[in-house]
Design a protein around this ligand. Structure first.
Ligand SMILES: *Cc1c(COP(=O)(O)O)cnc(C)c1O
Length: 470
């Protein structure tokens, strides 16, 4: 394929994408592919000669499309949404046409300076004070890993990168039981080890970390000669939206001089609405905060906003400067690759710029408020059904429930059968989680094109399918 053909193909793909989004609601949300089906349809060996793009595009329609789960479907209520607003898709198209490698300021000054400005916009949008600096990471998992590495280096007096962990005392990191698995992986990868991730008991309606138990755990570790390194809090955890009491837990972290990281990967987007900021009151005392515009803000994957009280700690942990990466004679510039584990970086700030300008803060706030409002209404309707029970109340637009007709022999098996039957049906897509050991079904609204009707259809589908099972 030549660039001379790109204009025609680009227009065709744009038209395809427009039609896809217009009609995606008619497709089953979750792919109906059986394992191995796509693999078998793909030739084992690569082609020796060029093939016409027309043929490739036909195969895309017949082989790939049936194997896609439609994250942009208006009735995608599983996991969390992963939105791609059209303005974001356009920005990504431009970014991929330029395909710059934005590791250093000089490798594309516009990308670096756009990133600085966009992180300033997002900082204000979610109500963080001016002292925070930001960087775009590829994922919340990467931001958390960077924060845990910083905790480790700080606690080891910046010696861990050089000497490793073998001769050093055992470090301890504290989180609740509700945090995302990306925290476990950061603890593994950093060499701290999961034996040293202390799971502090949770308390209260928000299923958050008990600050008294946090302090007791730190004291016990100090008495045992271990070295507390950091505290990881969550605001809006993945299972049920569990939220730690941020101010009280950060007060404990500060008392012991521990580095703190707040994972608000999903719920952070909702902080563009001031009425939800009470959920993370006191967050300005954190050292590191992450949220994912690629979940709920319309900016497509990957785009994770990582805010730091003092970026020097992070840079001291991650920066490496071989001669060929030095930017001679350009003081006062930022090389964002020194703020993250990977060296290479895409031009991710462009899609934030497009989305914030195309919708405006008020347009984005309205979408999120609708999702939260509609999820609340669905929750009320399910709560009124005699054979359903709400397990955890809405946190933003997320709640969990169970089908509980009298006398079910195995409620977990029944609810798993229900979620599977709902997803095979295809009109909506839900996922399950466990709360205090019991299997429950999650509902979250957050897809940008969803309507109140779409959300309410979930009531019809859930009750109809549940009653057909018993
Ligand atoms: C989605 C999510 C993550 C992981 O986000 P990635 O960007 O996929 O790494 C981490 N924490 C929470 C609370 C999440 O909801």
């Amino acid at each position: 394929m030549k660039w001379s053909e790109f204009g025609d193909w680009g227009a065709r793909v744009a038209g395809w994408a427009e039609e896809y989004h217009r009609t995606v609601g008619e497709r089953p949300v979750r792919a109906r592919t059986r394992p191995g089906e796509v693999l078998e349809a793909l030739p084992v060996a690569p082609p020796e000669g060029p093939e016409a793009l027309e043929r490739v595009f036909e195969d895309f329609e017949t082989i790939v499309m049936p194997g896609i789960t439609h994250w942009q479907h208006p009735r995608f209520f599983a996991y969390f949404a992963s939105n791609a607003a059209p303005a974001s898709v356009l920005a990504e198209f431009l970014a991929s046409a330029l395909a710059p490698q934005c590791m250093l300021w000089q490798t594309s000054p516009a990308a670096t300076e756009m990133e600085t400005r966009m992180m300033g916009w997002l900082r204000q949008a979610i109500g963080l004070p001016e002292e925070f600096r930001g960087v775009i990471q590829d994922s919340a998992s990467s931001a958390t890993l960077a924060a845990v590495l910083t905790m480790r280096e700080k606690a080891l007096n910046w010696q861990g990168n050089t000497h490793g962990l073998a001769q050093n005392p055992r470090l301890r990191v504290y989180s609740s039981s509700e945090v995302h698995t990306s925290i476990d992986r950061a603890i593994w990868v950093s060499g701290i080890g999961s034996d040293n991730l202390v799971r502090v008991p949770i308390t209260g309606d928000w299923r958050g970390m008990d600050p008294v138990a946090l302090e007791a755990a730190i004291e016990a570790d100090l008495a045992a000669g271990l070295v507390p390194a950091g505290v990881i809090l969550c605001v809006g955890a993945t299972g049920t939206g569990a939220t730690d009491p941020v101010a009280a837990c950060l007060a404990v972290a500060r008392k012991y001089g521990l580095y703190s990281h707040v994972d608000a990967a999903w719920s952070g987007s909702a902080m563009i609405c001031p009425e939800y900021r009470h959920y993370w009151e006191g967050v300005e005392d954190a050292d590191s905060i992450v949220f994912n515009p690629h979940k709920w803000l319309g900016v497509q994957f990957d785009c994770s906003a990582h805010f730091l009280k003092d970026p020097d700690d992070l840079v001291k942990t991650l920066a490496i400067q071989p001669e060929y990466l030095k930017t001679h004679g350009a003081d006062g510039i930022i090389n964002y690759s020194e703020w993250s584990v990977p060296l290479g970086r895409r031009f991710r700030a462009l899609k934030i710029w497009f989305v914030l300008r195309a919708y405006g803060m008020e347009g984005l706030r309205q979408r999120l408020r609708n999702h939260i409002d509609w999820a609340g209404k669905l929750h009320e309707k399910l709560r009124a059904e005699p054979d359903f029970e709400i397990v955890t109340a809405p946190m933003w637009s997320l709640f969990t429930f169970r089908y509980a007709p009298g006398g079910a022999a195995d409620p977990d098996a029944l609810n798993l059968a229900l979620v599977n039957a709902i997803n095979d049906d295809g009109r909506i897509y839900l996922t399950q989680t466990r709360v205090d050991g019991a299997l429950v079904i999650r509902f979250q609204a957050g897809q940008f094109d969803t309507t109140e009707e779409d959300v309410m259809m979930a009531h019809e589908v859930i009750t109809e399918i549940a009653r057909s099972l018993t």
